[in-house]
Write a protein that binds this ligand. Structure first.
Ligand code: NAD
Ligand code: MG
Length: 407
């Protein structure tokens, strides 16, 4: 329930949720449903989860729904027709872009997983929307281009990744132009350490997809769950933090904090460290992004510090978890290197989830792919997309080669 706050919009803002059926998408719809006077759903999109998208359409009555294939779209159209809903059902990548840039839309939640989210997220940025960025891979791939587009088109970019949302809350409201200008010396990016914190490389070799997807503190989609287990998620987040906050890689320190209560911190030149705390529930950063600069109820339980009792911190183990180092190196190399890292990781994670690659093979495949490809200046989107394609091809070949060698 929300109270009538002075300054609250007098008509509900139209929201497009890209990746509505995922973990972030469903949490977004949960927050939106708590505030019908503030938000209405313009469009919902999903890849293949048509049953779930149907249920969401019935609950939120969007103007448009998007699925990947015409076959699934026809199925959804028929069900919505039977239910008497006027929702227009569309199919394909072009439709994702259209619902992201549609004139009536004010807010776009970018919650597609992976590189597939890049073009619709960029379309929302170029249309000057308020963009709630969960899809970190989009920013990792296209960093400079993405941030230039935010500036050039006057988009409002609000980070939803809990760590970056926390840092955003810990920084002065105007923080562009380099951290030093604002007296910030370091960003402290917290990491839960994932389900295998403290494990050796030998023990990690036998990890199964089920084990990797069982995160101790957060319930998330399968890809980001595996990324959290390898610490690639923290690596992608390091790159993300550099772009969002104009930081150099060495200004971002990763701090393993197993309780996931501090979501990240900013350290200042006078010795102050400002932290944002809360229960690990993505509805907090989502509500922050939706309502900013106001605050609204997110449905999240109040933090009980007596129950938390203690907060622990340790350094990450980059020998057992090399992905963090690989991401830092890619950011330092610049240009197309982060796009290559991201694409190789997507191929590796998919292969791991399909049982075609061992857990420690993920970091190995990413390292091999990054070594094999030269870094180019990422001056335009085409170059970034080509680097992504090349990296996927190289990683798949290496994967085939390795499998051929062992069979
Ligand atoms: P998820 O797998 O639960 O959901 C992904 C959504 O994207 C689904 O709606 C799916 O239908 C859609 N999708 C998948 N592939 C697609 C494609 N090729 N084209 C169009 N749509 C496609 O993922 P999630 O956990 O909700 O994560 C979404 C994004 O948010 C990721 O980039 C992730 O890194 C980021 N994120 C997630 C969390 C979390 O707690 N889950 C936290 C921080 C950041
Ligand atoms: Mg995160």
């Amino acid at each position: 329930m929300s109270l009538a706050i002075p300054g609250a919009p007098c008509r509900p803002r139209a929201v497009t949720v890209l990746g509505a059926t995922g973990s972030i998408g469903t949490s977004t719809l949960d927050v939106i449903a708590r505030h019908p006077e503030r938000y209405r759903v313009h469009a919902l999109t999903a890849h293949r989860s048509r049953e779930m998208l149907l249920a969401q359409c019935l609950a939120h009555r969007p103007a448009v729904a998007v699925l990947a294939t015409e076959h699934d779209a026809a199925w959804l159209r028929a069900r919505l027709d039977e239910a008497g809903l006027a929702t227009e059902v569309r199919a394909g990548a072009e439709a994702l872009i259209e619902v992201a840039e549609a004139g009536e839309v004010e807010v776009v939640m970018a919650a597609i997983v992976g590189a597939a989210g890049l073009l619709p997220t960029l379309a929302a940025v170029r249309a000057g929307k308020r963009v709630l960025l969960a899809n970190k891979e989009a920013l990792v791939m296209s960093g400079a281009l993405f941030m230039d587009a935010v500036e050039r088109h006057g988009a409002t970019l609000l980070p939803i990744d809990s760590e970056h949302n926390a840092i955003y809350q810990c920084l002065p409201s105007e923080h562009r132009g380099g951290l030093a200008r604002h007296g910030v010396t370091r960003l402290l990016l917290t990491a839960s350490g994932g389900p295998f914190r403290g494990w050796t490389r030998e023990r990690l070799a036998g990890v199964t997809p089920e084990q990797a997807c069982a995160h101790p503190n957060w319930s998330m989609g399968r890809k980001i769950s595996v990324d959290s287990a390898t610490l690639m998620n923290k690596g992608l987040e390091l790159v993300e933090a550099c772009w969002l906050f104009d930081a150099r890689p060495e200004q971002v320190q990763v701090v393993v904090h197993p309780q996931s209560v501090i979501h990240s911190m900013a350290a200042y030149s006078d010795g102050s460290v400002i932290a944002q705390l809360g229960n690990p529930d993505m509805r907090t950063p989502i509500a922050y992004g939706l309502a900013w600069p106001e605050r609204i109820d997110a449905g999240v339980e109040a933090l009980d510090l007596f129950q938390v009792a203690r907060l622990d911190f340790e350094a990450p183990d980059e020998t057992a978890f090399p992905c963090l180092r690989l991401a830092r190196e890619a950011m330092a190399a610049g240009g197309t290197a982060p796009a290559v890292l991201n694409a190789a990781n997507e191929v590796a994670v998919e292969a791991f989830l399909d049982g075609r690659l061992g857990f420690t093979g993920i970091g190995e495949l990413v390292a091999r792919t990054c070594e094999a490809l030269s870094v180019e200046a990422a001056g335009d989107l085409e170059t970034v997309l080509e680097a992504d394609t090349r990296a996927r091809r190289t990683a798949r070949r290496a994967l085939e080669g390795a499998r051929g060698g062992t069979s």
